[in-house]
Write a protein that binds this ligand. Structure first.
Ligand code: PAF
Length: 273
C-alpha cells in the first residue's frame, strides 16, 4: 500500500491507472463499518483507494472538529490489512485554498433533518466529496446507509453534475447488541452507551410493527418515543428514499431516521423499510 499526501502524487498515480477504481472516502478513526465499505470496494474493483481527511468545512462552529478522534497509525494498519492500494491522507491546506468555488446542497433535501440542525453541513460534505471525486476519479464509490441523508445527497450530486460514478450504498454495521458503529461512539461513557441501545431497539420495534401491518407513522413514532423515553430525541422522521416526508409507510420506499443527543454526543441511526 502506498500512502499519498499530495495532489501531484495522487494525480500522477491516477493518470496511469486504466482499471476499475473503488473509492472509500472517510474521516479516519476507522471501524468495522468502514472496513465493510473497503471490503466491498476490494471485492468489486481492481484498484482500491481510501481517503482519510477530517474535512473542516462540514463541521459547524462549536462542533467536534478539534476533538474528532484521530487514529492515524491504526487507520494505516487497517488499510494495509484490507489490501488497500492507495491511502490518501491530505492536509486541510492541501485540499482547500482561500475563496473557493463553493458547492451548495439542494435546498429541499439538505435543509431538513440533519441539515436543519446543522445548516451548511451538507454544503461542506458535497464540497469535499466532489473535490475527492475530481482527484480520485473513481469508477465506484462506497458510502454507508447510516448517513442516509448524506448518501442521498451524494447520489443526487452524482446525477445532477453528470459525474457518472457508480455510488454503492452499504448496509449499516452494528455491534452485537445493536448499537450502530460510529466514530463518535468513543465519546460515550459506559452508562451512556447502555442508554444508546434504545435507539436500535426502537428501530427494531418499528420494523416489527410494520411487519404486523401497522403502517401509520404516528402510531409507530409513539411506540419509538416510548422506547427512547430516557433520551433527548432531536427527531424521529419518516421519509421516502428521496427524503420526502411521509405519513404512511411505503414498503420498499421508506427510511425511518433518528437523531438523539446523549450528553454532548449526537448519534444518528436509521432503518430502510
Ligand atoms: O461520512 C463521512 O465520513 C464524511 O462525511 C465524508 C463522506 C468522508 C466526507 O468528509
Amino acid at each position: 500500500m502506498e500512502i499519498i499526501h499530495t495532489i501531484e502524487q495522487l494525480q500522477n498515480i491516477r493518470k496511469n491507472i486504466n482499471a476499475t477504481v473503488g473509492f472509500v472516502p472517510t474521516m479516519g478513526a476507522l471501524h468495522n463499518g468502514h472496513i465493510s465499505l473497503i471490503k466491498k470496494a476490494r471485492e468489486a474493483n481492481e484498484i482500491v483507494i481510501v481517503s482519510v481527511f477530517v474535512n473542516p468545512t462540514q463541521f459547524l462552529a462549536g462542533e467536534d472538529l478539534e476533538k474528532y478522534p484521530k487514529k492515524t497509525e491504526a487507520d494505516i494498519k487497517i488499510c494495509q490489512l484490507c489490501k488497500v492500494d492507495y491511502l490518501f491522507m491530505p492536509l486541510a491546506t492541501t485540499m482547500y485554498t482561500q475563496d473557493e468555488v463553493l458547492i451548495k446542497a439542494p435546498l429541499l433535501r439538505s435543509y431538513t433533518l440533519e441539515g436543519e440542525r446543522r445548516p451548511g453541513h451538507f454544503d461542506g460534505v458535497l464540497q469535499v466529496v466532489l473535490k475527492l471525486f475530481g482527484l480520485v476519479k473513481p469508477t465506484h464509490a462506497y458510502f454507508g446507509k447510516k448517513d442516509a441523508q448524506q448518501l442521498s445527497l451524494i447520489m443526487q450530486m452524482n446525477e445532477n453534475l453528470f459525474l457518472g460514478i457508480t455510488i454503492v450504498p452499504c448496509e449499516i454495521i452494528r455491534e452485537s447488541d445493536g448499537l450502530a458503529l460510529s466514530s463518535r461512539n468513543v465519546y460515550l461513557s459506559d452508562e451512556q452507551r447502555t442508554q444508546a441501545l434504545a435507539i436500535s431497539k426502537s428501530l427494531n420495534s418499528a420494523g416489527k410493527l410494520i411487519g404486523r401491518g401497522i403502517l401509520e407513522c404516528d402510531l409507530i413514532q409513539e411506540s419509538m418515543q416510548n422506547i427512547m423515553a430516557d433520551l433527548e430525541i432531536e427527531y424521529i422522521a419518516f421519509v421516502d428514499r428521496a427524503f420526502n416526508k411521509i405519513d404512511k409507510i411505503i414498503l420498499g420506499n421508506t427510511i425511518i431516521l433518528i437523531a438523539v443527543k446523549i450528553g454532548s454526543t449526537r448519534l444518528i441511526d436509521n432503518i430502510w423499510i
